[in-house]
Each structure stands twice: as C-alpha cells, then as structure tokens.
Design a protein around this ligand. Structure first.
Ligand SMILES: [Zn+2]
Length: 271
C-alpha cells in the first residue's frame, strides 16, 4: 500500500504504482504545493483523496515539472490553484496534449475512457528565465524553480525546497529504468544533469522510481553521457549503431531509441 513519506521537513512524496510515479506535497502554514498531477482527472482525484490523510489544508499551488501527460494532465482538478511551469511546458500541453492522449490511449486501451475525460489545463504561471523563485504564499516558504537546459524535453524544470534540502527533479533522472527519450535532447541532456549535480545536496526525487541522492544523479549523468558519446561515434562512422546498442548502460532492447534520437539531434533534425 502506498503512503506518504516525509523526506524532509514537511516535504512528502507518494509513490503511485501507475508508471511507478512520484508525486510531491510540500506543506506550508496554511496550504499545500503539489508537484505534478498524474495522467487523468481520476488519478488527480486520487491524489486529492490521499492528501486528506496528510493534511486538511487546501492545495494553494501546483508545479508541472514538464509537459508530459503523466505530470500534467490531472491539472484541472487542482484549480483554482495557480499552476507553475516553464513557458514551453504550457506550449507543449497546448500543442501536443491531444496527440499525447491519442498515443497513450492506443498503447493502453483500458485507459482511453479515462483519458477522454481530461480537460487540458496548462500552467498559467510560466517563466522562461533560468530560474524563478516562488515564495509559496502558504506560510512564506521559499521554493525555487530552475530550468537547467534541454534534456528529457525542452521544458524540464526542477523544484528546490532549500529549507528541507529536497529537490524534485522531474524526469531529468529516473531511478530503476532508463528514462523516456522520445521527446528528448540526448546530446544536451548530460550537461543539463551536470547542472543538477551541482544543485543537489540532499534528497533527490526523480519523476519515477526510488528517491535518491547526489551519487544517483552522478550515475545517471554518466549513463546519459555514454549515450551521447556512443551516438557521436556512430555519427562520425567510427562504430556501427548495432555495436553502440550493446555498449550503453541500458538494456540492449531499450538502448536503440536513445541512440537514434541522439543521431537525429546530431543530424540537426530536432531544431
Ligand atoms: Zn516525462
């Protein structure tokens, strides 16, 4: 059974079996900030119901770590709370939201009905500077949102809670499985995660999988760098793609997609 776990002073995570996803709840004096909203209204309602066991306080703010369905499609259920995200997160949900729903519905037909209910509701509080500070009005708790560069998408942000020494990393890093590269920028991703390494001093909450620490982020960075380096060798003709596939840190059956995405980026096809 899933329960809230307090990983820093009044900073909680809850791990949901669907996509092995982590949702954050940061408590202020008279309200809650939620990090990511899951894939549907029903899943968002589950977060809201589960919050009852944690606090009677209302949700005063929401952050979307990026514009993927499992992180943002429950947004509408948290209104009228303001929703924060990168400017391109807003654009991603607006421009690709329906296509994302169609794709997931095709892959998981049993979810189609639930996804059809979703009212897409992108962040209304956006930024596109490298960082912004959210003075969480529920108790004046200082929370920082940072954009570190392109990586898993072009709109990944991280959420820092300095007084609790906790960082929510979204899908910049994943624990226990290779991250999804389908919308990624594999040639820039390692440098972006290098920026993350410098920010981490305590607990790191990945979008999916176990809560980790700085060593986990460093391991992820090395794995991502291997993808970029192998792709560069394939691109320049030094090794074959099939040879690169068996030399990454990922299982061979999942290594092809990141390498092919990296090659597309090297060919200039992603800009
Ligand atoms: Zn994602």
């Amino acid at each position: 059974m899933s329960v809230w776990s307090e990983i820093g002073d009044r900073v909680f995570t809850r791990r949901y079996a669907f996509y092995d996803q982590n949702i954050g709840a940061i408590l202020g004096e008279d309200g809650v900030l939620i990090v990511d909203t899951r894939i549907s209204h029903r899943q968002a309602d589950e977060i809201l119901a589960d919050l009852q066991s944690l606090t009677p306080m209302p949700v005063r703010a929401v952050v979307n770590t990026h514009g993927h369905n499992d992180h943002a499609f429950g947004n509408h259920r948290f209104r009228p709370a303001p929703i924060w995200g990168h400017a391109r997160c807003r654009r991603m949900i607006r421009d690709t939201g329906r296509a994302q729903i169609a794709k997931v519905s095709e892959a998981i037909p049993s979810l189609a009905e639930e996804l059809a209910e979703v009212v897409l509701d992108p962040p209304d509080r956006t930024f596109d500077s490298p960082s912004t500070t959210l003075d969480f009005d529920a108790g004046g708790r200082r929370i920082e949102l940072r954009y570190l560069g392109r990586a898993h998408t072009d709109n990944d942000i991280v959420v820092l809670v300095p007084d609790a020494d906790v960082l929510f990393a979204g899908d910049l890093v994943e624990n226990g499985a290779p991250p999804y590269f389908g919308d990624g920028y594999p040639m820039e991703w390692p440098a972006t995660v290098e920026g993350l390494v410098e920010l981490v001093t305590g607990a790191v909450v990945p979008g999916h999988g176990d809560v980790g620490d700085q060593a986990f982020v460093v391991r992820s960075m090395v794995e991502l760098r291997t993808i970029a380096e192998l792709a560069a060798l394939v691109h320049e003709g030094t090794i074959a793609l099939d040879d690169a596939v068996v030399r990454t840190a990922y299982p061979a059956d999942t290594a092809r997609e990141p390498l092919e995405r990296a090659l597309a980026q090297l060919r200039g096809e992603l800009d």
